[in-house]
Design a binder for this molecule. Sequence first.
Ligand code: NAD
Ligand code: UDP
Ligand code: UDP
Length: 320
Amino acid sequence: MGNKTILVTGGSGFLGSFLCEKLLERGNEVICVDNFYTGAKRNITHLMGNPHFELIRHDVTFPLYVEVDEIYNLACPASPIHYQRDPVQTVKTCVHGAINMLGLAKRIRAGILQASTSEVYGDPMVHPQVESYWGNVNPIGVRSCYDEGKRCAETLFSCYRMQCALPVKIVRIFNTYGPRMHPNDGRVVSNFILQALQNRDITIYGDGSQTRSFCYRDDLIDAMIRMMDTPDEVTGPVNLGNPGEFTILQLAELVIELTGSRSGIIRQELPADDPKQRRPDISMARELLKWEPATPLREGLARTIEYFDRLLKEDPEFCQ
Ligand code: NAD
Ligand code: UDP
Ligand code: UDP
C-alpha cells in the first residue's frame, strides 16, 4: 500500500509512466529511472511538479545505488521496431539491467518485480499459453534479442530467489495497449489507429489471420500492483493479459468502425518469426490476484483513439 519508496525502471515509457502515476495516487514516493531510449518526457511532465516524484536519467545496464522498498523493473524497449534497432543494447538491457536491479534489491532487501513477456513462449505450440509451457523460441532470429533476453532475465530472477532468498515476482505481459503508446513504435494498435485517423491505408502484415489478445493498460497496471502486493512466497511467473482473442483483420475492421475512417486495407509482408496465435490462460492470475481484465476491447480502443486524436492535433511532429 502507500508510504513506500518505489523504484520504477522504464518509468517514462507507455506502461511505466502510468504505473508511476498509480503508485503516487496510492501515497507512495516514486523514483523513476529511465534513459529515454523509447520513453518520452511528455509521458511524465504532469508528474514533475509532484514532490513525491523524482526522475533519474540513467541506463540500467550500469550499476545504480538508491535506497527503496520495492523495485518494478520495466526498462526495456518493447516493440519489435524499437528492440530490433540495436539488438545488442536490447540484450544488455534485459540481462545486465536485470543483474544490476537484482544486485540492488539484494543489497537493500527490496521486493522486485520483473516485467516479462508473452514472447518467452515464442511461436507457441500450446494454445492458450499456460505458465508451465516452456515455449518455442528461435535463439538466433530477429526477435531473439528480446525473447531470449527476457528469458534470461527470468532465469536471473529465479537464480537470485533460490540462491539469495530474494523475494522476486515475475509477470508475463501479453499485448497491452492504451493512451501513451509510442506513436512510432510500429505496434499494431497504434499503427492502425493512426492510419485510420488520417484515412491512410491500414497495413495488415500477412493475411491477417494471426491472432493476438489485447489488454487495456489500466487493467494491466492494476494486476501488476496486485502481484507486487502478494506474499513473498508468490513468485510466478504469472500471465497477465486479456484472454479475448482477435485476428489482426478483426482488429483492423473494429478500428475502422470506431473511427468512422475511410481507410482501405492493404497487405504487406509478414515479418520473420511472427507468432501465429497468442492468448493467455489467466487462471493463475484470477486465483492469486483475484483479478481479471475489466475493459472490453471496444471501450479500450475508443479511449486510445481519443488519445491519438488529441495527440495528432497537439503534437503532429511526435506522430510522424
Ligand atoms: P516502452 O518502450 O514504452 O517503455 C520502456 C521504457 O524503458 C522506456 O521509457 C525506455 O526509455 C526505457 N528503457 C529502455 N532501455 C533502458 C535502459 N537501458 N535503461 C533505462 N531505461 C531504459 O515499453 P512499454 O510497452 O511501456 O513496456 C514496458 C515493459 O513491459 C518492458 O519491459 C516490456 O518488455 C514489457 N512488456 C510490454 C508489453 C506491451 O504490450 N506493452 C508486453 C510485454 C511486455
Ligand atoms: N549493484 C547495483 N546497485 C547496488 C548493488 C549492486 O547496481 O546497490 C550491481 C553491482 O554493480 C553488480 C550487480 O548489481 O554488478 C550484481 O550484484 P551482486 O551483489 O549480485 O553481484 P556481485 O556484486 O557480487 O557481482
Ligand atoms: N501487424 C500488422 N500491421 C501493423 C503492425 C503489426 O499486421 O501495422 C501485426 C504483426 O505482424 C503481428 C501483430 O500485428 O502479427 C501484432 O504486432 P505487434 O508488433 O503489435 O506485437 P507482437 O508481434 O510483438 O505481438
